[in-house]
Design a protein around this ligand. Structure first.
Ligand code: FAD
Ligand code: SIN
Length: 576
């Protein structure tokens, strides 16, 4: 959990260089400023849950950088974990979470989330999420199984749970008179005391956010008494990812620049089974396929095919007694090892033996999408590869979602709350968004000061930048960054690879900072700048961890150290 540093220490963090306003710019009228009680950046499960829990008392703006439903939440397939099966216990869910997390989890956070899971799911059901019903009177909802869970624990809506959750939250938010949904608004930097007229040296606090309006192409000020970061993860820092395009770690980078500590950035989860396809790059094949009995196989060799042996060979027995139900890190590494050993570009996930009725009933969305791509998973195996899926690290928060800075809270994948440790257990993520979305709202309401007035904020200053003349720089650096992160900071790491990555990050940081300092912002530039920051934080954290734990596996330090410790980076003390 985040220990709150003194305001003096936070105050040493340097304000962002780009927006040091010229004196004349400071006197402009605030025509671009919009004021709300609370601004929430992000409209996924975490942001909308916080919004709905605040809106009875406060005015709330929810910013989204694209469509309101364009975050990872809408893409979730498997479901949401909770202790609901007769015979299951909190202790068992806590244990499974901590075993997956390789002991790095904070037990108090795990208990907090697990014990609030059933309530969070009830709230979603009340909002109209049509969870699949159970098959007996003792089971209200159908529960599926996923890797690392020792019980059936996952409530779901077929294999498209996230879409149903997003739609229900979004519908309720859109109907609420106190909630303003603002799509197409790309937050680019938090407004801190450094941006307050005449208060450059006051203790650091957050008063809102500067955001790029994709319609007017102007930067606007959103001013508020409380700001909530709910911007999701950073898995698009890798070349191959299951995530939507927007998972570029914007919230992590903005919080870091404003002076917040981040933690455990080396733990990026690779999902074992992303579809391998020449054109469709980020279609997930849910873990529930393995949970319900799917088999991982090596593609048949040429000689096997010649002998009519087309079904492939299972291989997980060589790696783990739990076979396909081992935690994700184990399965992803096993696939990676087999692909490297045999020079394969993919392996196979076979669910055809489960029967056509079972497959079409349990995985209708996946079945239909694969059919569109010419793969009938009721009769043939699905080609799969691992891909970056989830950021376990992020902005440090306490149990109320408070960050290091007054006025700034955070919830969901953008945070490191202590829940996931060194590896997230499947289907614990949306759960974390729901529980922390509510915790943040409760804390903001409990500490609300009706008398406090937001300060006067300087407008965004563009007096010293011009339109970019070389967009290719942005496109090239995007590709380069994501490729070397995949090659050097991926599933298996070494000191040498990390050193190479650090060298490249340093060059890119300089190039992108120069570019950012000279040209008007665009959404691509905003994301690239954040991705470089996130890559830097991941590489620094990975280099600091001299052991293999959970998702961080390095052949130079294959063992666990005796004491499990978070990797904490502090912008106040980190050297450039
Ligand atoms: P998101 O839902 O990602 O939302 C982020 C929001 O922030 C978006 O609205 C975005 O527009 C906004 N945003 C980002 N940057 C900016 C910016 N600069 N300015 C303005 N707005 C911004 N987890 C589970 O528990 N169960 C599952 O079954 C499951 N399946 C998954 C399947 C897939 C394919 C993927 C990708 C993830 C899955 N996960 C699952 C993980 C889970 O979906 C995410 O961790 C979770 O939904 C994150 O929610 P969030 O609210 O934190 O962020
Ligand atoms: C999946 O359905 O495999 C994803 C579940 C998760 O990421 O929690």
């Amino acid at each position: 959990m985040a220990e709150r540093p003194t305001p003096e220490a936070r105050n040493k963090a340097e304000p962002e260089a780009h927006n040091k306003a010229a004196p004349e710019a400071r006197n402009k009228a605030p025509a671009d400023a919009r004021s709300f009680d609370i601004v929430i950046i992000g409209s996924g499960a975490a942001g909308l849950t916080a919004a709905l829990n605040l809106a009875e008392r406060f005015t709330v703006a929810v910013l989204a950088k694209g469509d309101v439903s364009a975050g990872s939440t809408a893409w979730a397939q498997g479901g949401i974990a909770a202790v609901l099966e007769p015979g299951d216990t909190y202790e068992s869910h806590i244990d499974d979470t901590m075993v997956a997390g390789a002991g790095l989890n904070h037990r108090a956070t795990v208990e907090f989330v697990v014990e609030n899971a059933a309530h969070a799911i009830d709230r979603l059901a009340d909002l109209g999420v049509p969870f699949n019903p159970g098959e007996s009177v003792s089971e209200r909802w159908h529960l599926t199984r996923e890797g690392g869970h020792s019980h059936r624990r996952i409530v779901h809506v077929d294999d498209a749970t996230g879409w149903a959750v997003q739609q229900a939250l979004q519908k309720a938010a859109a109907a609420h008179p106190n909630i303003t949904l603002v799509p197409g608004m790309v937050a680019l930097d938090l407004i801190t005391s450094a941006h307050v007229e005449g208060e450059r040296f006051a203790a650091r606090a957050v008063h809102g956010v500067y955001a790029f309006d994709t319609a007017s192409r102007q930067v606007q000020r959103y001013v508020a008494k409380a700001v909530v970061l709910a911007t999701g993860g950073a898995s698009r820092v890798y070349q191959y990812s299951t995530n939507p395009d927007g998972s570029t770690g914007d919230g992590i980078a903005m919080a870091w620049r404003a002076g917040c500590r981040v933690s455990n950035m080396e733990f990026n989860q690779f999902h074992p089974t992303c579809l391998f396809h020449p054109t469709v790059k980020n279609f997930l094949i849910t873990e529930a396929c393995r949970g319900e009995g799917g088999h991982l196989k090596l593609p048949p060799s040429a000689s096997e095919v010649a002998r009519g042996l087309n079904s492939g060979t299972r291989f997980m027995a060589h790696y783990d007694d739990r076979l396909e139900l081992a935690p994700r890190d184990v399965v992803a590494r096993a696939i990676d090892a087999e692909m490297k050993r045999l020079g394969l570009d993919h392996v196979l996930l076979d669910i055809s033996h489960l029967g056509a009725d079972f497959v079409t009933q349990h995985f209708p969305m996946i079945h239909a999408r694969l059919l569109e791509l010419g793969i009938d998973c009721t009769v043939e195996p699905i080609p799969v590869v691992p891909a970056a899926h989830y950021s376990c690290g992020g902005v440090m928060v306490d149990l109320a979602g408070r960050t290091d800075l007054a006025g700034l809270w955070a919830a969901g994948e953008v945070t490191q709350s202590g829940l996931h440790g060194a590896n997230r257990l499947a289907s614990n993520s949306i759960l974390e968004c729901l529980v922390f979305g509510q915790a943040v709202a409760d804390d903001i309401a409990a500490h609300w000061d009706p008398a406090a007035a937001p300060p006067a904020i300087r407008p965004w200053d563009e007096s010293r930048v011009t339109d970019s003349d070389e967009e290719i720089v942005v496109a090239h650096n995007w590709d380069e960054l994501r490729r070397f992160m995949w090659d050097y900071v991926g599933i298996v790491r070494t000191d040498k690879r990390l050193e190479r990555a650090a060298h490249r990050v340093k060059l890119l940081r300089k190039e992108v900072a120069d570019y950012y300092g000279n040209f008007r912002v665009t959404p691509d530039l905003i994301e690239l700048r954040n991705l470089v920051t996130v890559a830097d934080l991941i590489v620094r954290s990975a280099r600091a961890r001299k052991e293999s734990r959970g998702l961080h596996y390095t052949t130079d330090y294959p063992r666990l150290t005796a004491v499990a410790q978070d990797t904490v980076l502090d912008p106040v003390t980190t050297r450039n």
